[in-house]
Write a protein that binds this ligand. Sequence first.
Ligand code: 0O2
Length: 224
Amino acid sequence: MTQEININQIEFLDELFNEWSGFFLKYKMALTELKSDFEIIDLEWRGKYGYSPIEHLKTRMKKPRSLIKKVEERQIPLTLKSIEESIKDIAGVRIVTSFIDDIYMLKEHIENREDIRVIKVKDYINHPKESGYKSLHIIVETEVILSNEILWVPVEIQIRSLSMDFWASTEHKLNYKYQGKHVPESAKKRLVDLSNAAFLLDQKMSDLRNQLLTNAPLLLDSSL
Ligand code: 0O2
């Protein structure tokens, strides 16, 4: 930057920065809350059953560039009020499971919690996206208890299996190279085929697990 900034501009930038930082704060709090909720579930399961449906978990705040792109796509005013009302994935949690069944078990758990309200479920596992993308998206509002008020903050929870996650992150990297350009049809088709192949692996793993779980009492008996 070569242009000098004058005092009025500094004040304006200061104000803008404070306003936007304040806006994002409640989303950060909601992510802290949800992360800890799921870590507790993870600890509980590992302690009780020696197995947790949560393979790993991460949280993310939507990047300003991605937020502004969405504002433009939706043709909404670039004001904090309209962003808050229209965009529900500013805060996101991604939970990766080993098995497909675990995804729906966690969905049920979320639906039954009193500190989480489910707003919308988008099942891209039973209804994959055209790209081949599979995942379960749950838009929720999570309770954040402050010193003198309670907030309900929207968060998008994405739950997917390890192989769905592998496909999504690899596809994202491959498509990133093509940003703004036309991805060849043949490549798109191969990505859909790969998504189906990954899903087949998921199904076979689930079948194997169910078979082992059914046989487990017998295996225990025979080891006596
Ligand atoms: P980022 O980087 O996570 O900020 P809507 O039309 O409002 O119902 P919306 O809000 O566009 O739907 O959300 P959608 O399509 O339900 O989910 C968007 C998010 O899902 C994306 O985040 C990705 O994380 C993931 N996603 C959706 N489709 C694909 C895909 O084809 N490939 C991959 N790899 N991921 C996908 P964002 O918004 O792109 O950005």
